[in-house]
Design a protein around this ligand. Structure first.
Ligand code: VGL
Ligand code: ZN
Length: 270
């Protein structure tokens, strides 16, 4: 091997190193892993059928392309024991029925005599309609704050790979309003810290996956897109509550410009 060969090898090595560093420097993508919690898994109180099969897919994504994500965010549905989204908070109502809810403009719930959704301690709505209406789907008690065992546990699954640098975002933390999106509550009265955390890390692209595809994954992806992030929903790393709402959710995300992909595609995009 002559001097020129040595120089050439050196040149090629430093070039490939620079290309790799460039890839790392340009890495502005985050993984948003939504609500992989006991309450939504097969033994949970709001069990999503076969939800457990997506966990190894998410873990593999972290393993194979994990170093290419600048940030991994885990969201956690986190409700007070008498949360307004629980059917048990509405006398006479059963899970999967809906209830009309009315809110003052500051996001506090008011009680409208025309519906049967009286929640203890809630003020009566003003006669003049200065309130916002939300049709709330009522759920079984689930993901109760600080409950760490049993079907209503809000624990993140022990099967999911979690590392010390992961960011955890709690959602649904206000007793009187539900929150499907990891960015805002359902009335958009308040925001979580997610957008600020993504922005402060220079994130411009998000890959959303988890539970449930037709609720929290959908609303998180729609909000991410609206907030200006390049947004991908990883469909095979997500599971829906029901087939009909799954189809509708995929259509809504597609129409909003969210890219629907499978986990195999992630590596090609990054
Ligand atoms: C969810 C229903 C109620 C979800 C949360 O994570 O999709 N669904 N709370
Ligand atoms: Zn919930």
């Amino acid at each position: 091997m002559g001097v020129n060969d040595v120089i050439n090898v050196f040149f090629i090595l430093t070039l490939s190193l620079r290309v790799q560093c460039q890839a790392v420097a340009d890495m502005r993508a985050a993984m948003l892993i939504i609500d992989i919690q006991t309450c939504f898994l097969p033994a949970g109180s709001l069990a999503i059928e076969q939800a457990d099969i997506i966990i190894p897919i998410i873990n593999d994504l972290r393993k194979d392309s994990g170093k290419l994500f600048k940030l991994v965010v885990l969201s956690q549905d986190w409700h007070c024991p008498k949360h307004v989204s629980f059917a048990s908070s509405h006398p006479g109502k059963k899970p999967f029925e809906t209830a009309p809810l009315r809110y003052f403009s500051n996001g506090t719930l008011c009680y409208d005599n025309t519906n049967q959704t009286k929640v203890p301690g809630v003020l009566t709505c003003p006669a003049a309609d200065e309130t916002r209406h939300l049709e709330q789907m009522l759920w079984p008690d689930h993901c109760v704050e600080d409950v760490t065992s049993g079907p209503t546990s809000s624990n993140i699954s022990k099967e999911l790979t979690v590392t010390a640098s992961d960011v955890i975002i709690k959602k649904g933390t206000h007793c009187q309003i539900d929150s499907y999106s990891a960015f805002y509550d359902n009335g958009r009265f308040s925001a979580t810290e997610l957008d600020a955390i993504l922005k402060s890390n220079g994130i411009d692209t998000v890959f959303v996956m988890g539970l449930a595809l037709d609720f929290c994954v959908k609303y998180t992806a729609l909000d991410a897109k609206q907030l200006g992030y390049k947004t991908y929903t990883v469909v095979d790393a997500s599971m829906a509550v029901a087939k009909d709402t799954e189809k509708k959710a995929l259509g809504e995300m597609d129409a909003a410009g969210v890219e629907l992909i499978t986990s195999h595609k992630v590596w090609d995009i990054l």
